[in-house]
Write a protein that binds this ligand. Structure first.
Ligand SMILES: Cc1cc2nc3c(=O)[nH]c(=O)nc-3n(C[C@H](O)[C@H](O)[C@H](O)COP(=O)(O)OP(=O)(O)OC[C@H]3O[C@@H](n4cnc5c(N)ncnc54)[C@H](O)[C@@H]3O)c2cc1C
Length: 465
């Protein structure tokens, strides 16, 4: 049977692009967290939408699971293929087809790496605002599949706000293509928005049109120390107004996160400011006035220091210093090594509820696991918190118990267990903690309508029956 399927796949896309079973490299079988591993029957690497459609038709005919893999940087095991299924990589579909600086739109294939898309836009004087720590490996298809957020959501929104056109292959191999550059399109149901963030379970994105913006002319980045959460919120609102809508990033770090990250980066990278403050915020403004922006930014922070709104501030004076400030937040591999084994959370809530959530989550975890270490940080401007938790050397054994404690605290403030990283497989048994039965039933109906055989990325998103 599997030889017959292999022959069909080879006939559809060429034998050079079909890899069988044991030959499939680890990066296509494992997730970045090292938590899930699978044994797919085939890895296929098509070069066109037509080839993707042919592969899906073969999978549908044989009832074979098919999982599309992007950069495999998702943290929830969403792109790990099914045992015995097809792993589909779009890495050969990585072309940037057009950058239209009149309509401010970029048409590209789903396998393109995010950073390459950003750089290509910049080379044409345009700007693709989506930005994540994983930019060097995450793909356009993966960021659409996951509806990625990142560092600039505050100003430009998540991936769903940047997609105007989409081409997808449905579960029966049908190609639906609407590569429009128009921002407005209220002609009927917005099926694109349904596909965005569906984690490869409703369709496979093959091409997209992304909205671009004019390239900012200036950037100012600062690390700011703040003494209370109330002051953090006041600073956020103040900067939103006073920077005329140009505040682009507002990354909040609790004092213990800052301490852990900067300690791990020593001595290679000296601390930009001392430890001991309750909160640190990485603030970035992308502006348009080379003559006035920097001095206005400096004046605003000086005034905030003067009237006690903030306790300290370091403003980057060069691109090198800017990168060093961002590294405090983004150099995670080094920063959290001391927390291994750890679990990572990505939750959201109304900003006003964040302090209550943090206190409650700490109390629940420390109550259940005395000596646990937890650090909090996140895209606070969007109500998005990340948490890293170490409960001991045998932490992996307690993972589900810790998850439940955190998600109970999220439920208590009416938040979501998945702000931007999705559900994948690691969170699917918890999705009902912040989604109602009716919502889950609606999701099941949508899935059944679009993928009646459940061949697209099975075992992800929806809870086990
Ligand atoms: C250091 C680090 C920092 C991160 N920072 C952020 C952040 O700030 N914000 C954020 O949102 N995420 C962040 N992430 C998570 C991750 O990078 C994003 O979810 C990203 O969108 C995944 O892209 P990918 O190409 O790696 O997709 P994968 O991990 O390969 O896939 C993710 C999901 O999308 C599906 N998928 C992949 N390609 C397609 C396609 N063509 N069509 C349909 N579905 C598809 C997969 O099946 C899977 O379910 C971070 C991860 C790391 C490791």
């Amino acid at each position: 049977m599997s030889e017959a399927i292999a022959a069909e796949l080879c006939a559809a896309i060429g034998a050079a692009h079909v890899t069988a079973g044991a030959q499939v490299a680890e990066r296509y079988r494992r997730d970045i967290m090292g938590k899930y591993e699978a044994a797919p029957a085939f890895l296929v690497q098509p070069v066109s939408t037509g080839e993707v459609s042919a592969i899906v038709r073969i999978a549908a005919r044989h009832g074979l699971p098919i999982t599309v893999i992007g950069g495999q940087t998702g943290t929830v095991g969403g792109a790990v293929p099914a045992d015995g299924g097809i792993a589909l990589s779009l890495e050969r579909m990585n072309r940037i087809e057009e950058i239209d600086t009149v309509s401010m739109a970029m048409t590209l294939e789903a396998g393109c790496i995010l950073q390459l898309a950003q750089e290509a836009a910049e080379a044409q004087g345009a700007f693709l605002p989506l930005d994540l720590g994983s930019r060097g490996s995450a793909t356009i298809g993966g960021t659409i599949g996951a509806n990625a957020g990142g560092n600039r959501v505050l100003r430009w929104g998540m991936m769903r706000e940047m997609v105007t056109g989409l081409e997808v292959v449905l579960a029966d191999g049908t190609v639906v293509s609407s590569l429009t550059k128009a921002i407005k399109d209220n002609a009927g149901y917005n099926w694109k928005q349904l596909l965005i963030g569906s984690e490869g379970t409703l369709g496979i994105v093959t091409r997209a049109v992304l909205r671009l913006r004019p390239n900012p002319l200036t950037n100012q980045t600062a690390l700011v120390a703040v003494s209370s959460f109330d002051k953090v919120i006041r600073l956020l609102r103040d900067l939103e107004v006073r920077l005329g809508g140009q505040l682009s990033s507002f990354e909040l770090m609790w004092g213990d996160f800052y301490e852990a990250m900067t300690a791990a980066q020593l001595p290679a990278r000296p601390r930009p400011m001392p430890t001991g403050h309750p909160f640190y915020v990485l603030v970035e403004r992308l502006g348009g006035d080379p003559e006035g922006d920097f001095s206005q930014f400096e004046r605003l922070l000086a005034a905030a220091l003067e009237d006690g709104a903030i306790d300290d501030a370091v403003i980057a004076q060069s691109e090198r210093e800017r990168q060093a400030l961002w590294a405090v937040r983004e150099d995670m591999v080094r920063g959290i090594a001391a927390f291994r084994p750890f679990t990572v959370y990505d939750v959201s809530m109304a900003l006003a509820n964040m302090p209550r959530f943090v206190a409650d989550a700490r109390a629940r975890v420390e109550g259940g696991f005395p000596g646990a270490r937890m650090i909090f940080y996140g895209h606070a401007g969007d109500g998005n918190l990340h948490i890293i938790i170490h409960v001991g050397p045998d932490g992996q054994r307690h993972e589900q118990a810790v998850e439940r404690l955190i998600y109970e605290a999220v439920r208590a403030v009416g938040g979501s267990i998945a702000a931007e990283h999705g559900i994948g497989q690691s969170r699917r048994q918890f999705i009902g903690m912040t989604r109602s039965d009716e919502e889950l039933e609606l999701m099941r109906r949508l899935k059944a309508a679009l993928d009646p055989q459940s061949i697209l990325n099975p075992g992800k998103v929806l809870p086990p029956a």
